[in-house]
Design a protein around this ligand. Structure first.
Ligand SMILES: Cc1cc2nc3c(=O)[nH]c(=O)nc-3n(C[C@H](O)[C@H](O)[C@H](O)COP(=O)(O)OP(=O)(O)OC[C@H]3O[C@@H](n4cnc5c(N)ncnc54)[C@H](O)[C@@H]3O)c2cc1C
Length: 421
């Protein structure tokens, strides 16, 4: 076992937050450097998969997450004329399994409250470079920090530090992005489902139940609207009314949820990157979260992967005698899981966000039947739940976790109970 280390974490997003908790609990001295003066959640909500929920369970945070989040049992996508395109239910894997929609603010607060070493958070400190040999950091004002035994770059999808580790096989901005916000759930009928509507792959509306957050009891939905990032400014210039009418034409029920949207600034812009690294570590520097493996959010895995990275790195530091061996092991374990998601993200994202109409037509005709083929639905469900490992492997979930998940499970609407989840 490696002794107690001085560890710097760059970035206080989900990966940085989870690492700070886990490594402090193991007795390491942890300092976190975050560029935001007031660290906090960015964006609306997300879907936690069983893999990410299992990490929260291992951290003792599952009950709190379930208290605020909304259980999600089904992912359903359709065209505006009501033709089903995608229909996946977690119960196809295990009747006790489900995802959890959460507000970003809820997870941020749970993780912030669980880190007793919060005094070690350097706010408003953008790290400009890391010396991987000495473990010293330099911030944007030229101030030096360290040396540290280990520096973890968890600085997100647009990481400036990943290139200090190795060349990237891929590192590019995806041409499509999204506008998103939280809206009150009200009488939304699908309280246990992620629902989406598509017009070819050019337009997509998504609504995900995300429950409540500390200090705000109003159950909410995370609203998602897809568009090319080059269209962000033109969207604003065209005005909100024209856009709301467009939503109403595609999905009248969804537009009723947007009654509180009166200004374009209520919607946050999101853009995404694909990044595949040749190496995840070099000397004392290692990557975690989106910094290690950014991909489009179409498969809903990024937060889950950030949590899994944190747990895998903690375990490797526990089990190996030398830091270098621990980092090599961490990279091996996590890459085995992440690589298949890079593959599917690359091929599936244009099916939902692109101007390829023929591809979208093929999607509309084939996705449902493919999911019904022997073996097809199992693979798709494992991809969805985060439990696919390579092409053939499965990531086993612990029986204790599944029991804990199902013990808290309560049906959220009469509609949901009707399909027996
Ligand atoms: C529209 C959208 C929907 C999504 N939906 C889902 C979903 O349903 N399920 C899911 O699992 N994932 C989803 N994701 C992906 C998920 O949000 C990310 O994968 C996840 O937040 C990555 O966490 P992270 O900690 O690696 O990075 P981040 O959360 O981006 O955190 C990085 C932190 O580093 C800080 N930072 C950056 N540079 C520096 C620097 N130089 N010095 C100091 N600090 C720095 C940033 O300020 C930030 O706080 C979605 C993403 C988007 C955009």
């Amino acid at each position: 076992m490696i002794g107690k280390l001085n560890i710097a974490i760059v970035g206080y997003g989900t990966a940085g937050q989870a690492l700070a908790i886990l490594l402090s609990r193991d007795g390491h001295a942890v300092e976190v450097f975050e560029r935001a003066a007031e660290p906090g959640p960015v964006g609306a909500g997300f879907l936690l998969q069983p893999t990410g929920l299992q990490v929260l369970w291992q951290m003792g945070l599952l009950p709190a997450a379930l208290e605020y989040g909304a259980p999600v049992t089904r992912l359903y996508g359709e065209t505006p004329d009501g033709r089903g395109v995608m229909d996946m239910r977690y119960q196809g894997l295990d009747s006790r399994m489900h995802g959890l929609g959460m507000q970003r603010g809820a997870l941020f607060t749970l993780l912030a409250d669980a880190w007793e070493g919060i005094a070690g958070l350097h706010r408003g400190t953008r790290v400009a470079s890391v010396d991987h040999e000495t473990g010293r950091l330099a911030d944007e004002h030229g101030r030096k920090h360290g040396p540290f035994d280990l520096v973890i770059a968890a600085d997100g999808s647009a990481s400036q530090l990943r290139r200090q580790v190795s060349e990237s096989r891929v590192d590019r901005v995806y041409p499509w992005g999204a506008l998103w916000c939280l809206v009150p759930r009200g009488d939304w009928p699908w309280a246990g489902e992620l629902r989406q509507r598509y017009v070819a792959a050019r337009k997509m509306i998504g609504l995900l139940p995300v429950g409540t957050r500390p200090g705000d009891d109003v159950p909410r939905l995370s609203f998602f609207w897809s568009l090319p990032t080059s269209d962000f400014d033109a969207w604003k210039e065209r005005g909100l009314q024209a856009w709301l009418q467009q939503i109403d034409g595609i999905w009248p029920q969804a537009s009723t949820r947007l009654q509180g949207i009166i200004d374009a600034s209520q919607l946050a812009r999101a853009s995404y990157r694909d990044a595949i690294q040749k190496q995840w570590h070099r000397g004392r520097l290692v990557l975690a979260g989106d910094a290690a493996h950014a991909m489009s959010p179409q498969l809903g895995q990024g937060v889950n992967m950030a949590l899994m990275d944190a747990m895998a790195l903690r375990d490797a530091l526990r089990d190996e005698a030398r830091v270098g061996d621990a980092l090599a092991r961490y990279q091996r374990v996590r890459r085995r899981h992440v690589s298949i998601y890079h593959f599917w993200s690359h091929w599936l994202t244009p099916l939902f966000q692109s101007d390829r109409d023929v591809v979208a037509k093929i999607r509309d005709m084939s996705m449902l039947p493919l999911g019904r083929l022997p073996g097809g639905s199992g693979h798709m469900l494992r991809i969805l739940s985060g439990t696919q490992q390579g092409w053939l492997g499965k990531l086993a979930l612990e029986p204790g976790f599944i029991a804990a998940l199902s013990a808290h499970r309560t049906p959220v609407s009469p509609k949901e109970t009707s399909f027996g989840a």
